[in-house]
Design a protein. Structure first.
Length: 188
């Protein structure tokens, strides 16, 4: 009888741990943990020739006027700025390690290929960027990132001029309108 009570005691502890861990996993997997509410914010699967991978590690550095020596670029998203670690890369597969440092807003990372200056890009009625406007193509994008979140996106890029943009409309606030973009060049 003593062994049976001991067994039931351990079974209860194991069950409690499993239930708690399962609930935490569900909250994390569904985005319920630390995700700010938004009005028109939707997470999208990457499009085009991309692959996205959620990750808990990402380094960010200040923007430098250099070419990526490898095919990896660290990108920091924050309120009204996108800061790549370099301003150019060689053509081919480029991996972007993206981190949202907030402090309060979700952000997104969209890659647009265009010869149009950022200030002259077409907009929609809500003042967000027209991502499908004339002279614009999008080789890829990441998912919407909550504050503190990271992801990795790999895109096959051809030589030309690019603009990285945050085009979220969140609680009536248009991130593009706040100049949330950065220019980037891909060399042969």
């Amino acid at each position: 009888m003593k062994n049976r009570k001991h067994l039931f005691g351990w079974a209860g502890i194991v069950a409690a741990i499993a239930i708690t861990g399962s609930a935490m996993g569900v909250a994390s997997a569904t985005g319920l943990a630390k995700t700010p509410s938004t009005s028109t914010l939707e997470a999208e699967e990457p499009s085009g020739n991309t692959s996205a991978d959620s990750s808990d590690t990402s380094d960010s550095t200040d923007t430098a006027d250099t070419t990526a020596s490898s095919a990896t670029v660290d990108v920091t998203l924050s309120e009204w700025s996108i800061k790549p670690s370099v301003t150019s890369a060689k053509a081919g597969a480029v991996t972007f390690n993206i981190q949202n440092t907030g402090p309060a807003q979700s952000h997104e990372f969209i890659i647009l290929k265009t010869d149009i200056a950022p200030e002259a890009l077409p907009t929609l009625k809500d003042n967000s960027l027209d991502e499908e406007g004339n002279g614009i193509t999008s080789p890829g994008e990441g998912k919407v990132l909550g504050v503190g979140k990271t992801q990795t996106v790999t895109v096959t890029m051809t030589p030309g001029k690019y603009v990285f943009v945050d085009n979220i409309v969140q609680r009536g606030l248009v991130h593009w309108e706040k100049k949330a973009y950065a220019t980037f060049t891909v060399q042969p």
